[in-house]
Ligand binder design. Structure first.
Ligand code: AMP
Length: 631
């Protein structure tokens, strides 16, 4: 067996030969003519001319060999249900859903917006969409109506799929009213809304002709067979919106063939999941991990994928380990925040269940701190593998690859560049390669490997400007993360270079939150910063200037305004973006040219030195931040 170092080196030295070999892991309806077309950098096309389909590879391909094997297991501790679907049953459901979408006029290239809780119908909807060559855009169920409306206007879906409600901590959370509101706000509303009625929100309103009941449609399309629509490898499979430095989220566009190959290869080389084994990712389908490692990756691999609706501590903190024991999970994927939550609980809950089937625990989405890594390593007794990646990359970019070689791991490091990624660390000012132990911007020399984003939906220029604009004289993809590489070649990720923050593994733009705060009529100005938090990694904290200063003149009044601002953010963006605190000040620290000194504010919040303040316009503004934090 090749060492990992050789494996990686070959992947960047001979990308065509390397990725042609990986491509044999999936079915092609028509073989590709060319592995890689890189004639228009930084755009690249993988597997040019090849015809394939994600749904075929995730479902149909397995019917002959594993039709009776469980494909999807759904465990909901919210509604106390546990159900499973074999590949044959999943095929049936997906065909019915595909027939529903076709009956509503959805065809190749059309968009379907999926705004759903963690229920199996969300998976059916995703697979059905790609089956017919349409493009899905899954929006996390925690986003509010205005965010949803912005995504509707950007993706212009023909159909939306939703549910009456989600559930969290035993409480139902209505979704349909938010859909109605978003459609009112949107300039390009969808023609139809398909509603999975779970009976959680009795009496939700419907719009005749537009809103359709999923159960009735499903009944109507019983036994439907919908042939797969074969797509050229580079045709889009989905759009997934993610936050950046501007208020407008970017639609990360994914292709079909390259993504399918990248996921199939990662299941073998990174996740070590064998077909037939159970794979459990605790993420949500609204995030990239949910797309790649709840739905597509495990199913393409012929694994049993486990979808969980609930909290990790309900009914008790042993629930995830019970699932591992019940389904003999071999590979599990979660986030550092979730493990920090479990770390606070009685360890007896972990020991209560037989987790001996587990071979690996993968953690991703945010920095994995050493104490958390050590704790879970000792508690579970399996290798803990830190994965670093982004919505943009679609699959890990830095990780150990135990399926290739069991390289030693260092706590706090996601190990090495993953095969296919020609990673480079750049000194920000000069573009020079950073030396060992020197901080640099984590970049990738293009072409990006299969599976990584192809462009920003509808905006090639934004794609090039945003991701490749770091240096004038060098074409490199920037991750916007700082990192260092030690003398053994291990990478350590140090945080973002931009104003993006990471709350419990969820990426949020401070600009986006500031715009949401400003939607409150009494806010003149606001600065939002990400502040270190022992549980969630970071939390947003806002400093606002009220238009009417008398409205925040006393502690009680300020507290009432703080509540009102938080409610505005809930309404505009969703509760995940709600600032942990809203402090009122009469001026914000800015440079003389009017730029907010977010870094200095953040430093003060974290008890650090605010740094170079020679350009500050009004030093008393910083004093106000200090005073607000004390008060
Ligand atoms: P998202 O696109 O929402 O998955 O967020 C991606 C961002 O999360 C990255 O750019 C990093 O800032 C952060 N991130 C993801 N995984 C890790 C990790 N393993 N270690 C440190 N930061 C991470």
């Amino acid at each position: 067996m090749a060492t990992y170092k050789e494996f990686h080196a070959r992947s960047v030295r001979e990308p065509e030969a390397f990725w042609a070999e990986q491509a044999t892991m999936i079915d092609w309806h028509r073989p590709f003519d060319k592995v890689l077309d890189y004639s228009k950098p930084p755009f690249r096309s993988w597997y040019v001319g090849g015809l394939t389909n994600l749904c075929h590879n995730a479902v149909d391909r397995h019917l002959a060999a594993r039709g009776n094997q469980k494909a999807l297991v759904w465990v909901s501790t919210e509604v106390e249900q546990e159900k499973s679907w074999t590949f044959t049953e999943l095929h049936e459901e997906v065909n019915r859903f595909a027939a529903i979408l076709q009956s509503l006029g959805v065809g190749k290239g059309d968009r379907v917006l999926i705004y759903m809780p963690m229920i199996p119908e969300a998976v059916f909807a995703m697979l059905a969409t790609v089956r017919i060559g349409a493009v899905h855009s899954v929006v996390f169920g925690g986003f509010a109506a205005a965010s949803l409306a912005a995504r509707i206007d950007d993706a212009t879906p023909k159909v939306m799929v939703t549910a009456d409600a989600g559930a969290r901590g035993g409480r139902s959370i209505p979704l349909k009213p938010l859909v109605d509101e978003s459609i009112q706000l949107a300039k390009t509303p969808p023609r139809h809304v398909v509603i999975v009625n779970r009976g959680l929100d009795k009496g939700f309103a419907t719009v005749a002709g537009r809103d359709l009941d999923y159960a009735a449609l499903r009944e109507k399309h019983s036994g439907a067979k919908v042939p797969v629509t074969w797509l050229e490898s580079n045709e889009p499979s989905y759009i997934l919106y993610t936050s950046g430095t501007t208020g407008k989220p970017k639609g990360v566009q994914r292709d079909t063939g390259g993504y399918c190959v990248a996921l199939a290869a990662s299941m073998k080389h990174i996740y070590c999941s064998k077909p037939g084994e159970a794979y459990f990712s605790t993420s949500d389908i609204g995030w990239v991990v949910g797309h790649s490692y709840i739905v597509y990756g495990p199913l393409i691999n012929g694994s049993t994928t486990i979808m969980f609706e609930g909290l990790p501590i309900r009914p008790d903190p042993g629930i995830w380990w019970k699932i591992v024991a019940d389904y003999k999970v071999t590979s599990m994927f979660s986030s550092p925040t979730a493990i920090r939550v479990l770390k606070k609980q009685d360890p007896a809950f972990m020991k209560k269940h037989d987790t001996s089937s587990l071979k690996y625990l993968f953690l991703a989405g945010e920095p994995l701190d050493e104490p958390t890594a050590r704790w879970v390593d000792e508690a579970l007794g399996v290798p803990i593998i830190d994965n670093y990646w982004q919505t943009e990359t679609g699959w890990p970019m830095l990780s150990a690859c135990p399926g290739v070689e069991d390289t030693p791991r260092k706590f706090g490091s996601p190990s090495f560049p993953v095969y296919g990624y020609n990673v480079t660390l750049k000194e920000e000012a000069t573009g020079r390669e950073a030396k060992a132990d020197e901080k640099g911007v984590l970049c990738v020399i293009p072409p990006l490997p299969p599976g990584a984003m192809t462009t920003v939906w509808g905006d090639d220029e934004r794609y090039v400007k945003t991701y490749y604009g770091l240096f004038r004289d060098q074409l490199v993809y920037s991750t916007f993360d700082w990192a260092v590489r030690d003398s053994d070649g291990y990478y350590f990720v140090l945080g973002r270079t931009d104003d993006v923050i990471n709350v419990a593994g969820h990426r949020l733009g401070t600009r986006e939150i500031e715009e949401a705060v400003q939607a409150h009529s009494n806010i003149a100005e606001v600065a939002v910063v990400g502040v270190a938090d022992s549980l969630k990694g970071q939390v947003p904290v806002a400093f606002a200037v009220a238009k009417d200063s008398s409205s925040v003149a006393t502690k009680e009044l300020a507290a009432a305004q703080e509540k009102a601002v938080m409610a505005t953010v809930d309404r505009e963006l969703g509760a995940i973006a709600r600032p942990a605190r809203v402090h009122f000040v009469s001026a914000l620290p800015k440079t003389r040219s009017g730029k907010l000194l977010r870094r200095s504010i953040q430093a003060l919040c974290e008890g650090r030195d605010p740094g170079d303040l020679t350009t500050i316009e009004d030093p008393t503004a910083l004093e106000q931040i200090r005073a607000a934090l004390k008060g």
